[in-house]
Design a protein around this ligand. Sequence first.
Ligand SMILES: Nc1ncnc2c1ncn2[C@@H]1O[C@H](COP(=O)(O)OP(=O)(O)OP(=O)(O)O)[C@@H](O)[C@H]1O
Ligand SMILES: [Mg+2]
Length: 302
Amino acid sequence: MIVTEGLTKRFNGTLAVDGLTLEVREGEVFGFLGPNGAGKTTTVRMLSCLIAPTAGTAWVNGYQVGREDGAIRRSVGILTEAPGLYERLSAEMNLSLYARLYEVKDVAGQVEKYLRLLGLWEQRHQPTAEFSKGMKQKLAIARALIHEPRVLFLDEPTAALDPEAARIVRDFIEEMRVEGRTIFLCTHNLDEADRLCDRIAVFKQRLIQVDTPQNLRQRLYGRKVAFRLKAVTPALVACVQALPFAREVQADGNQLIIGLNDPENQNPQVVRALVEAGGDVQYVGELRHSLEEVYFKLLGEP
Ligand SMILES: Nc1ncnc2c1ncn2[C@@H]1O[C@H](COP(=O)(O)OP(=O)(O)OP(=O)(O)O)[C@@H](O)[C@H]1O
Ligand SMILES: [Mg+2]
């Protein structure tokens, strides 16, 4: 759906994006994470043909950036950092204007569909100058979708939103995924990325790592399981250490934290060994590193 090869953007002296090579698959929600100034927005602007790359190439929806920009613009939706609406026009007018620009067939129908979906139908006649930040954001999302694009670029879609509005937008992204659209999502909200994204790229001028959130965790930290016992005794520690597959055994209060590569098959063996050694197992649960920990580790920051 989106393929980039050595995509590069230089602004005068600044190298904003340096040789980005990646592939975003059809129907996936792809998270693009990185600190302020990492070059995320610049990447989105190149992929949606708003600015030209300095070097490298990219294909979006099968069309090549720089060669078939018109076709790309028609087939993608973009939510930019600043909504940029026509403030004196009503919400309805804003949307129908874009719907006509995109040559949408059923303009009135599409406008109504998205105003209702985003909860703006009652306010449709109000000039957008009178809208709150969140309402503007929702209208900008509606605008990005009005022509039913197959690929959607969302640059920090929930940044300005209250928790409820952010949730509406997140649910919306889920729905877009169910409909098989491809979503390229820039966000600073790591929990959001963790929940929504099939795969995540950590990026800072260059691509640092791409994988599923789960694989990123495992690759960096391995899997660890906590076994809570009535009491941890030296004998229990020793019996677990004797298991050939236990990578690492740590006692923490009344828990044993054990590094395991295959908890599904190894947990029962650990429990059996503990019980045989006289341990009372109260609880078994896998530890989960937050995506925030993964993110900072990948960026090499504390
Ligand atoms: N039009 C421009 N002219 C000159 N420099 C620019 C321009 N647009 C972006 N840059 C520079 O490119 C770099 C990347 O900016 P970009 O906006 O892509 O970052 P970002 O990852 O989106 O950051 P943020 O998380 O703050 O939105 C920055 O150093 C920025 O100053
Ligand atoms: Mg940005």
